[in-house]
Design a protein around this ligand. Structure first.
Ligand code: SF4
Length: 185
């Protein structure tokens, strides 16, 4: 799990204290806050950590992840090492089995109310056994994981609209994430 703060990360990349404060000043001004708020902004940024992300892959073809690994700006390495803490992702994580599930549970516990959930793939409702991870049905894992999430992001047409698995005759009873979780503008 990522314990490094944003400031520590910037320091590692050679950003000086002076550069950091200049950035805070610009940000304070950009947000139209009074100059007196500068210490508050600096303090908040100093202690901020990269957001934890739990990526769930359900009835999918790995194409969404393939797209992610081929991104150029940012690259997937830049994204993982500099911007987010990718705590769970079947295809990209090193851990497997119990270790992988432990990482997901730990991330939920440590970041409750603050982590992001990314989902690719649809969810089968016809029969829970059609798609399971660690013996947990996709629906149960989705419900369990989004309970403490700050936001849920549906990636690709399968997660957003049901995609190919949802096509007639839809043998698995595939539905989109958005049909199961209320969407807030
Ligand atoms: S949206 Fe569905 S079909 Fe398209 S790449 Fe993602 S998982 Fe595959």
């Amino acid at each position: 799990m990522n314990k490094q703060t944003l400031y520590e990360m910037l320091q590692q990349q050679g950003v000086s204290r002076r550069g950091f404060l200049k950035y805070c000043t610009a940000l304070t001004s950009l947000m139209a806050l009074p100059p007196a708020m500068l210490p508050t902004v600096a303090k908040a940024l100093e202690s901020a950590r990269r957001p934890s992300v739990i990526w769930l892959s359900f009835q999918e073809c790995t194409g969404c992840t393939e797209s992610l690994t081929r991104s150029h700006s940012p690259t997937v390495e830049g994204l993982i090492f500099d911007h987010i803490s990718l705590d769970y992702h079947h295809t990209l994580q090193a851990a497997s089995g119990h270790g992988a599930e432990h990482a997901r549970e730990q991330s939920i516990k440590e970041n409750y109310g603050k982590y992001l959930v990314v989902v690719d793939g649809s969810i089968p409702l016809a029969e829970p056994g059609y798609s399971t991870i660690a013996g947990i049905s996709n629906l149960d894992m989705l419900n369990e994981t989004v309970a403490g999430a700050a936001a849920v992001i549906a990636v690709g047409t399968c997660a957003a609209y049901g995609g190919l698995p949802h096509a007639d005759p839809n043998p698995t009873g595939a539905v989109s994430v958005t049909s199961l979780i209320s969407v807030h503008p």
